[in-house]
Each structure stands twice: as structure tokens, then as C-alpha cells.
Design a protein around this ligand. Structure first.
Ligand code: GCB
Length: 505
């Protein structure tokens, strides 16, 4: 009996695997191999949210000691999924507090009888704080969401015989697909295998109707088909590491990734303290440990839009970036800034400057004619000060599919298209100089908390949440394929895969 709990939303991807003794390191995606068997725990779990006043009744009554149904009503909850998106109970839609998941698991006899078999329980991700009990025993805890965590549970599930010390080690192995490439950064270029690389791609979220953030193969394949259709060659995992299956697809499809950790919302001075710093570094360790073998990953991003104008943020970012570089000296490191070039205290420590700006949306809204001037000023100021390559890491406009107006007005498809056109003119001015990439915000509409600035979520997608194109998608597609054809790599898998399906061939 394994009982787990998680706060806010959960997109669990639990897996049990039995393997021979002797494996060190763990945490890598546990493929099956001749020495390993895996048992997926996806499916229907029993579930309950702790609605008690202090939200701690589950701990007080020790719900983990008995089957969950014995302590009160339960409901079915699919795993993986976001519990917020599943039920008709309005309280669950925005619930923050402890929720309890439970699943009874039958293990193969060999795993429980053969003491040379090591049994490992691995959770792909559970947001944001998780405790896992196995047979009532507190076995695993993890803070931070999004990343895998695991524990050897052999002694909790195996028949307790006298310890057999004479069995000796047994080998355990599995294979990883390998890709070899170099990444380097100069004053004005991002180089992959020694050649200048221009990021033309998207920011994404793991999000869809009903599934929420839960992993979904059909959705993943659809998204990769859309990326190919679009001619995109890159994305940023805004604002957290995505499922390992996504990273594997990026390796296979030749999509280049800026891998971001869940360092989001560091907006207040009190967040830049030693406790956060320590946890942030630990999370970077987990991200790098999990994703370092993916050739698709070409840069780490340690945060999105921290209050980087603060002195305390400068020290904090310096430390997180230095730590990440020490963990992986082979890849550049960045964070994504929305600060002013003159005030930013983190930029001295990054390899590439990543900038979010929303001209003609949050700034100068309605004034499309100002975008080119604003953008030129932004790029020139940053480049003059830092002499580092720059990526426009976010830009976009809220757009409700089917809203039309000409001349363009905000929230219409025409406005999104015009805003993109103006940005592209500005980007083209600097593209061959020191601007090395552009990532649209966002690939698809996605759900957010309610707020006066959101109409059923964030509508800055060039695709709807159901993955249908808005007018801007066609504009972007034309641009991305044009850039792709200009910067053709003769033997690139990405290009040949993309071109196969392209109307431009
Ligand atoms: C941003 C954030 C992103 C938001 C976006 C928006 O700067 O990085 O998380 O969703 O703006 O649409 O407001």
C-alpha cells in the first residue's frame, strides 16, 4: 500500500522498478533493460483533499496508517493529471493544502522474494511538497515539484529473512541514446558545433483541457507535430522542467531546449534569503542531474523574471549561476530578465541575456507604432552595456480566437499579427548582429488563476488551448521557415525531419 500526498496540483508519474543490486546514481529515467523491470503506477488512485480548517486533519488522524476509505469519503483521481481540472467541486478548483493520493500495488513475486532484487519507488513529479508512505512508513519527501524523486523500498516490500551478505553484487545496466555536440557563446553569437545558431521558437507550458499539467502522449506528439509545422527549432521550458518524455522527444526531433528551473515569482526582497538560495541550488542540482544527458539542452535558465534590480538579487543570482556552472561547465547559464538594463544586478553573471518585453501590450498598450523604436532602444542599451548575445525570450499579445477588428484593436487576431510583425521588423534589424533568438509567448493558450487581466486563462497563444491555429500562427510559420532555410545546416536531423513535411520543399 503506497499512500502519498501533494499540495496544490499534482501530476504524479509514479513508477516502481525492480532491478538488480549495485546501481548507483539513480534519478535517470529508468528505462526497462534486461536487468530491470518497470511497473507503471499510472491509472486511477483514491483521492481526498483535506478541507479541514487547519488542513492538517490527515496528519492528526494519521490517514496514512489505514486504507484511505476507512477515514472518510474518497474520489477517483487519474494519475497523471491536475486534480484542479478534474472534479465539479468548486473548492478543488483553487485548493491549496494537503491532498491525499492512495494506490494499492501488487508486486511481482520475484521482487518481494529475491533479496538480490532492489525495488525502487520513483515519482516523476508531484507539486509542490510531497510525502510518500509505503505500507504506512514515511519513506520519501520532496519539495519543489516538477522533478523526480525516488527511494529504495526493498526492505519495506521484501520478505524479511536474515540478511544475505554472501550474494554478492549483480550487475544492473541500461542504455541511453547519445548525442554529441558542442555549445559555445561569443560576444555576439550562440554556437552549436561551432556554427552560429539562431533560436526561432516558442515558450510552452504543460497544459491542456481536462489533463491540466498531467503528462499525455497524444498531446505531446500533437505539440511536436505543430512545432515542426511551424518550423520552430527551439523552446524554453518556461517556467519549470518538463516531463522527461518531452526531453527525449526534443533529442529525437532536434528541438533545442533552454531548460528552466521553477525559479518563478522571486519578486519580493524577502525572497532573496539564504534558505531560498540553498533550496534553489538544490533544485538546480536536481535539474542538471536529471537533464544533463540530453543533447537537446543547450542552456540552463535559473529563473524567470526575478526582481533582479535588487542588490540582494544580484548576490543571489551570482551564487545560483556559479553553482550551476560548477555542476555543468559544458553549458551556458542564464536567467530571464524583465528588468531595466541600467538596474539589472544579475546580468553580469549570465552568458546570454534573455529579455522579456511586452511593448504595445503591458507597455504603451495599443501603440503598435512604438514597438520598433522601443525594441531598438532595448537591444542597443543592453548590448552596449554587456556585450553579450541577446535572446528575446518573451513577447506577445492576448488574443481571443475569432475576435476580428481592422484597424487592429487589442485582443483581436489582427492585433496579435500586427504586434508580431512589428517585433519581427525590430528583431531583423539586430538578428545578424547580436540578437541570437526569439521565442514567442506563447505556443498555446493556457489556464491561469482568475484575474481581471485573464479571460479564461492566458490567451497569448498562437494556437488555442485545443491546438488550433490563430492567424498569427501562419505569420510565424512563414517567418520561421524563411529563417530555417536561410540558416540551413546541411546534415541536421531537425531540418530534414521538418522539411519532409513542409510545403516549402
Ligand atoms: C510574463 C511571464 C509569463 C506570463 C506572461 C504574461 O512575463 O514570464 O509567465 O504568462 O508574462 O502573459 O503575462
Amino acid at each position: 500500500m503506497a499512500r502519498g500526498s501533494a499540495v496544490a496540483w499534482a501530476a504524479l508519474g509514479p513508477l516502481l522498478w525492480g532491478c538488480a543490486l549495485g546501481l548507483q546514481g539513480g534519478m535517470l529515467y529508468p528505462q526497462e533493460s534486461p536487468s530491470r523491470e518497470c511497473k507503471e503506477l499510472d491509472g486511477l488512485w483514491s483521492f481526498r483533499a483535506d478541507f479541514s480548517d487547519n488542513r492538517r486533519r490527515g496528519f492528526e488522524e494519521q490517514w496514512y496508517r489505514r486504507p484511505l476509505w476507512e477515514s472518510g469519503p474518497t474520489m477517483d483521481m487519474p494519475v497523471p493529471s491536475s486534480f484542479n481540472d478534474i472534479s465539479q467541486d468548486w473548492r478543488l478548483r483553487h485548493f491549496v493544502g494537503w491532498v491525499w493520493y492512495e494506490r494499492e500495488v501488487i508486486l511481482p513475486e520475484r521482487w518481494t522474494q529475491d533479496l538480490r532484487t532492489r525495488v525502487v519507488l520513483r515519482i516523476g513529479s508531484a507539486h509542490s511538497y510531497a510525502i510518500v508512505w509505503v505500507n504506512g512508513v514515511d519513506t520519501l519527501e520532496h519539495e519543489g515539484g516538477y522533478l523526480p524523486f525516488e527511494a529504495d523500498i526493498s526492505n519495506l516490500v521484501q520478505v524479511q529473512l536474515t540478511a544475505q551478505t554472501s550474494l554478492g553484487p549483480v550487475s544492473d545496466f541500461y542504455t541511453l541514446p547519445v548525442g554529441i555536440r558542442t555549445v559555445a557563446v561569443t560576444k555576439s553569437q550562440f554556437l552549436i558545433n561551432g556554427k552560429p545558431f539562431y533560436f526561432h521558437g516558442v515558450n510552452k507550458h504543460e497544459d491542456a483541457d481536462i489533463r491540466g499539467k498531467g503528462f499525455d502522449w497524444p498531446l505531446l506528439v500533437k505539440d511536436f507535430n505543430l512545432l515542426r509545422w511551424l518550423g520552430a527549432n527551439a523552446f524554453r521550458t518556461s517556467h519549470y522542467p518538463y516531463a522527461e518524455e518531452v526531453m527525449q522527444m526534443c533529442d529525437r526531433y532536434g528541438i533545442v531546449v533552454i531548460d528552466e528551473c521553477p525559479g518563478v515569482g522571486l519578486a519580493l526582497p524577502q525572497f532573496f534569503n539564504n534558505v531560498s538560495l540553498h533550496h534553489h541550488m538544490q533544485v538546480m542540482e536536481e535539474v542538471v542531474r536529471r537533464d544533463k544527458n540530453h543533447p537537446a539542452v543547450v542552456m540552463w535558465s535559473v529563473a524567470n523574471e526575478p526582481a533582479s534590480h535588487l542588490e540582494s538579487a544580484g548576490y543571489y543570482l551570482k551564487m545560483v549561476i556559479a553553482h550551476t556552472k560548477a555542476l555543468d561547465p559544458s553549458r551556458p547559464v542564464t536567467f530571464v530578465s524583465n528588468s531595466n538594463y541600467a538596474a539589472d544586478k544579475g546580468a553580469p553573471y549570465v552568458d546570454v541575456i534573455c529579455l522579456n518585453s511586452y511593448y504595445s501590450w503591458y507597455h504603451d498598450y495599443g501603440h503598435l507604432e512604438l514597438i520598433q523604436l522601443q525594441l531598438a532602444t532595448q537591444f542597443e542599451n543592453w548590448y552596449k552595456k554587456y556585450q553579450k548575445p541577446i535572446i528575446q525570450s518573451e513577447y506577445g499579445a492576448e488574443t481571443i480566437a475569432g475576435f476580428h477588428q481592422d484597424p487592429p484593436l487589442m485582443f483581436t487576431e489582427e492585433y496579435q499579427k500586427s504586434l508580431l510583425e512589428q517585433y519581427h521588423l525590430g528583431l531583423d534589424q539586430k538578428r545578424r548582429k547580436y540578437v541570437v533568438g526569439e521565442l514567442i509567448w506563447n505556443f498555446a493558450d493556457f489556464m491561469t488563476e482568475q484575474s481581471p487581466t485573464r479571460v479564461l486563462g492566458n490567451k497569448k497563444g498562437i494556437f488555442t488551448r485545443q491546438r488550433q491555429p490563430k492567424s498569427a500562427a501562419f505569420l510565424l510559420r512563414e517567418r520561421y521557415w524563411k529563417i530555417a532555410n536561410e540558416t540551413r545546416y546541411p546534415h541536421s536531423v531537425a531540418k530534414s525531419q521538418c522539411l519532409e513535411n513542409s510545403p516549402f520543399t
